[in-house]
Design a protein around this ligand. Structure first.
Ligand code: C2E
Ligand code: CA
Ligand code: CA
Ligand code: CA
Length: 279
């Protein structure tokens, strides 16, 4: 029995070492990726529910690794948040989105509003609003062309600084959205305190719209609340006509999802912009 116990310990020990080594490798690979500029943005179209018109996009980061191919953010964002590398990655994302908005505008295209995802670690840096302002100015774009998506948990993580930070962000003209709304700690009082422009209904609720009566109730309530507070409501992860029909009936403003389009490279989104304008 004693020998077996020892073996188990040895196993866990090796397993832990293996995981630690893997983590370190990934961290180093991220540093290399930053140096080699391997991060690219994909754009997922956002459409107006009532008219079906293309009104913007969500920019989603991808890691174009020379050997591994296109790596999903789910594979590296959590680690980058832990190591702090998210600050540099996030800065690249914001600059690239702004550069792209400028490029499309110069081509005579109308990109609408482009949303970027921002982690709490980026916000906690303190100079985030100033950083945003410089990105807007350096690229010569209008602030309202950009939208910042924050999760409920990152708003809470910042504690007392949140109200000031959100106000400073909105002063740059950039719009604010609460991402994955309904999955975290949501309360009416904080929505009143933290002024935002948009609520994004999490994909999990949209997903269950046709099977689960509870999700329908939640989606209904979020849309009604958004309307009562003068906020836009956007649904994500719309995959079925039936989901879109329900959202339209409930008065949801905008949506994104595989039903219309998956996230795509910038060139492809640019073609979509061109096509939607020549209609
Ligand atoms: P998110 O912000 O909730 O982004 C939505 C995710 O849902 C995206 O996954 C998108 O591809 C996916 N999606 C969109 N429509 C559908 C649909 O109809 N069905 C299904 N099944 N999925 C759909 P993606 O691009 O893999 O991003 C995953 C997460 O990674 C994001 O979740 C976000 O939390 C994070 N992320 C992505 N880009 C960035 C970034 O630039 N900065 C930070 N901090 N996080 C990012
Ligand atoms: Ca998002
Ligand atoms: Ca989301
Ligand atoms: Ca999500």
């Amino acid at each position: 029995a004693k020998a077996a116990g020892k073996n188990i310990f040895a196993f866990y020990h090796t397993e832990m070492t293996r995981q630690a080594r893997r983590r370190l490798e990934l961290e180093e690979a991220l540093t290399t990726a930053l140096a080699r500029k391997e991060f690219v943005l994909y754009y997922q179209p956002v459409h107006d529910v009532a008219s079906g018109r293309l009104i913007g996009a969500e920019a989603l980061v991808r890691w174009q690794h020379p050997e591994w191919g296109l790596v999903s953010p789910n594979e590296f964002i959590p680690l980058a948040e832990e190591t702090g590398q998210i600050v540099e990655i996030g800065a690249r994302v914001a600059s690239e989105a702004a550069r792209q908005i400028r490029a499309w505008t110069e081509l005579g295209l109308e990109p609408g509003v482009v949303a970027i995802n921002v982690s709490s670690r980026q916000l906690a840096r303190g100079h985030f609003p100033a950083f945003l302002r410089s990105v807007i100015e350096e690229n010569g774009i209008e602030g309202h062309r950009l939208e910042v998506e924050l999760t409920e948990s990152s708003l809470l993580a910042l504690g007392e600084r949140t109200t000031d930070l959100l106000r400073e962000i909105r002063e740059t003209g950039v719009q604010l959205a609460i991402d994955d709304f309904g999955t975290g700690y949501s309360s009416l009082s904080y929505l009143r305190r933290f002024r935002v422009d948009k609520l994004k209904i999490d994909r999990s609720f949209v997903n269950e719209l046709q099977v689960d009566g509870g999700s329908l109730g939640i989606v209904k309530a979020v849309i009604a609340m958004g309307q009562a507070m003068g906020l836009q409501v956007q649904a994500e992860g719309v995959e079925l006509d039936s989901q879109l029909d329900t959202l339209a009936r409930l008065g949801c403003d905008s949506f994104q999802g595989y039903l219309r389009a998956a996230p795509m490279p910038a060139e492809q989104f640019q073609k979509l912009l061109g096509a939607s304008q020549s209609q």
